[in-house]
Every structure is written in structure tokens, then in C-alpha cells.
Ligand binder design. Structure first.
Ligand code: 2NL
Length: 341
């Protein structure tokens, strides 16, 4: 009996080892442990044994059954693991495929230049101020020492909405508003970036709409020396630490004295080249000490207060910095141009 069981376990083991699929495994299980199995006939035979033999043989049969069950269970685990391995292999992602191109947008070169200028002044403690683009004749001209019949109005011909309303020709009215708001006459340090309009024929270097940044400082002790120091710092931050500046006398109705500011050529270092038209200098902005009439009109006593102001065209700064030769490129939204910066 024992021999018979042993050979049964042995042949079950052999057959289970050869099994490849779940169905085959079920067949083998039925063959060895099912109702019509040899095993079952051993169980049936137990009742014919004596009461001494029955527990001994029963134990042997049980042990054999447990062994066969264990072989079947192990095989089942093995088949399932193989199936998962095959699935994983079939589902691997081919990471050698090129990815899809993703176009990330970025700031326009003009916006970048405005922010760069803002950052320089904010670093010096200035506050950024904005105001309306549709202005009154009073704030845009009269408060800035440009009365109605003044010949200097010719320099800033505008787009009029009514006799009294126009598109601002500079951001100076924003500064006038700040002076008027400042009833306690606190020291003032502001920059005013924004779009301005002038009736002009568009060409390579002119546009009827452009961006300006103006700066204004008013205090009791502000002098031309403060203006020069600020201009030198601005020129070096924008065009390189080795730059020098040069001030030339000029005229603006809202400043006295007025200056035109040049920076030493950053291409030839002042030796003379096509960029600076062989002069070694490049004009970058206009500035001056705030005209007494402007201070008075805004309620600041020029005997007590004085200040400086400067104004620059952002397009001009951007064109110089990035070597752009036509102002119109800045407005055409051509990605071939925009994506270069
Ligand atoms: C330029 C020159 C300038 C100012 C703007 C200003 C403003 C006030 C008082 C006095 Cl409230 N001045 N602004 C002064 C000098 C020059 O702009 O070429 N801009 C494009």
C-alpha cells in the first residue's frame, strides 16, 4: 500500500512538472485527486480495513494527498507568475521614441526691456506708477510748462479725442498726478512706464505709438549731481559696467537745465564704429532738473523743493541692446523675430 502511494505521488510529481497551462493543470488535478482517481479508490478501500490498520493507512493516504496538493499549488503559482512576466514584457513602453515638441511661450523683448529698467529703479527705492493713456490737455501739456500757444508743442503733436482730451504724448502726466496727490510733500521717487502716442510718420526708427519710461525724484536737496550718478548707474546696468556717460545741453520745456545723455559705445568701447557713427557715443535718453514752473504748478515751492527727471524710449533701448535695426519688427508679432529674444 505504501509503495503504491509512493509511486502515485512520484508519477503525479512528474506529470505536474511537465504542465504548461492552467487547463492542463486542472486535468492533472482531476486525474490524481478527482472522483474517478486512483486516489479516491484508495479512500473507498479504507472501510474494508480493520480498525487497527485504518488510522495508519488513512494517515499515509492523507500525507500523499498533501504532497500532491502542494505540487499542484506550486505549479499554479509558477504559471501565474509566468503569465504576468509575459504581460509586462508585451506592455513595455519604447522610451527611444522622440517626444512631442512643446512650444513654451516667453516674454516679448519689449516687455523684458521695460522690466529690466523697472528692476534697476526699484532696486534704488523707486515706486512704479501707472496712469491713463487718454489724458487731459491740462495734465499732458499745461502742467508741464507747455501752455496752449507754446511752440514746443510742435515736438509732441498728438491724437485728439476732443479739444481737451488726447492720447498722452509722454508718461509725464502720471508724474504730475503723483505730485498733486502728494499733499504732504513727502520726498518722491517714482518711475512711470507705459505706452505713449505721437502724431508721427512711421519708419525704421519712428512709431506713432511707443513705450516710455520716465523717472522723477523730488526732494529738498536733490541736485544735478544726483541725476548724473543715477544716469551713470543706469547706463552701466543697461549696457555694461565699463560704460561712461556724457551729458550734452538740450532743451525740454519741463526741465531746466536739460540734457541729452550719451553712453560710450558698447560695441567699440568708444574708439568709433558703425554703431556709434564713428563718434564713440550713443544717445540713450533725455533728462534735466525739474523746471520751477512745473514744481509750482503742482504745488511745490521751488524755493524749497527741487528735483530731477529723465525719460527714455524703451524701443530705442531694446534696439540698441539687442541690435534690432527696425522698430516695426517689435510690433509685427512674427515668431521668427520674437523667438530670438
Ligand atoms: C525723452 C525725454 C524727458 C522728462 C522727460 C519730466 C517729467 C516731469 C517733470 C519734468 Cl513731471 N520732466 N520728464 C524730463 C526730461 C526728459 O524725456 O527723450 N523721452 C523719450
Amino acid at each position: 500500500m505504501e509503495k503504491k502511494l509512493q509511486s502515485l505521488v512520484h508519477s503525479a510529481k512528474n506529470e505536474i512538472e511537465k504542465v504548461m497551462t492552467m487547463n492542463q493543470l486542472l486535468d492533472v488535478k482531476a486525474k490524481y485527486l478527482g472522483k474517478k482517481s486512483e486516489f479516491n479508490s484508495f479512500m473507498q478501500g479504507l472501510k474494508d480495513l480493520s480498525s487497527e490498520e485504518r488510522p495508519l493507512v488513512g494517515k499515509l493516504i492523507n500525507e500523499a494527498k498533501q504532497q500532491i496538493s502542494q505540487f499542484l499549488d506550486d505549479k499554479k503559482v509558477e504559471i501565474e507568475r509566468k503569465k504576468i512576466d509575459q504581460l509586462l514584457k508585451a506592455q513595455t513602453i519604447d522610451i527611444s521614441l522622440p517626444g512631442r515638441a512643446f512650444n513654451l511661450g516667453h516674454k516679448h523683448v519689449l516687455a523684458k526691456t521695460v522690466e529690466e529698467i523697472e528692476d534697476i529703479f526699484v532696486g534704488l527705492g523707486y515706486v512704479v506708477k501707472e496712469g491713463p493713456e487718454v489724458e487731459s490737455d491740462k495734465y499732458n501739456f499745461e502742467m508741464l510748462n507747455l501752455p496752449k500757444d507754446h511752440p514746443a508743442r510742435e515736438m509732441q503733436d498728438s491724437f485728439y479725442i476732443t479739444e481737451e482730451l488726447l492720447l498722452r504724448t509722454h508718461t509725464s502726466p502720471v508724474q504730475v498726478r503723483s505730485l498733486l496727490e502728494n499733499v504732504d510733500k513727502e520726498p518722491l521717487k517714482i518711475i512711470c512706464p507705459g505706452v505713449v502716442y505721437r502724431k508721427d510718420d512711421d519708419d525704421q526708427t519712428h512709431s506713432h505709438q511707443f513705450m516710455q519710461v520716465e523717472a522723477l525724484v523730488v526732494d529738498k536737496t536733490t541736485t544735478l549731481a544726483d541725476l548724473k550718478g543715477t544716469l551713470l548707474l543706469l547706463a552701466r546696468k543697461l549696457f555694461g559696467e565699463n560704460r561712461q556717460i556724457r551729458l550734452r545741453p538740450s532743451y525740454f520745456p519741463f526741465t531746466e537745465p536739460s540734457v541729452e545723455v550719451d553712453v560710450s559705445c558698447f560695441k567699440c568701447n568708444g574708439d568709433g564704429c558703425s554703431m556709434c557713427k564713428n563718434t564713440g557715443w550713443i544717445e540713450i535718453l533725455g533728462a534735466g532738473m525739474v523746471n520751477n514752473n512745473v514744481l509750482s504748478a503742482a504745488g511745490f515751492d521751488p524755493e524749497i523743493y527741487q528735483g530731477f527727471a529723465l525719460g527714455m524710449g524703451v524701443e530705442r533701448i531694446a534696439m540698441l541692446k539687442y541690435g534690432i535695426d527696425d522698430i516695426r519688427l517689435l510690433y509685427q508679432n512674427d515668431l521668427r523675430f520674437n523667438s530670438q529674444f
